[in-house]
Design a protein around this ligand. Structure first.
Ligand SMILES: [Ca+2]
Ligand SMILES: [Ca+2]
Ligand SMILES: [Ca+2]
Length: 104
């Protein structure tokens, strides 16, 4: 990475949201929630490694903001999947639904 101003680059990441394409407590996924945990203004998010046994794998979508400490920032998302079947290794499919993982 390079900075257009020539400054040393040091980027801090803060997680701003955790969402998932399955309900936080649907069918065939146990009965635990919330499924996503993070500290406001921290770089660490934790997601429950569960998915519905009836569906096609869970996809979490993490929102984040990256800041360089000098007033520059950008936002982005990253997807994290939970395989439906670890033996089959089929890529989890994002069905497009968006549930807030941090809700109980
Ligand atoms: Ca759950
Ligand atoms: Ca359930
Ligand atoms: Ca899915």
């Amino acid at each position: 990475m390079t900075d257009p101003d020539g400054d040393p680059v040091s980027v801090s990441i803060s997680v701003t949201s955790i969402r998932q394409d399955e309900p936080v407590n649907g069918l065939g996924d146990g009965d635990t929630s919330p499924d996503g945990f993070f500290g406001i203004d921290t770089s660490t998010a934790r997601m429950r490694a569960e998915r519905s046994g009836l569906l096609n794998g869970r996809v979490y979508t993490l929102g984040f903001i990256a800041q360089d400490g000098r007033g520059g920032s950008c936002e982005g998302t990253v997807a994290v999947g939970v395989l439906h079947d670890r033996g089959a290794q089929e890529t989890p499919i994002d069905d497009g639904a968006s549930y807030d993982s941090t809700l109980p």
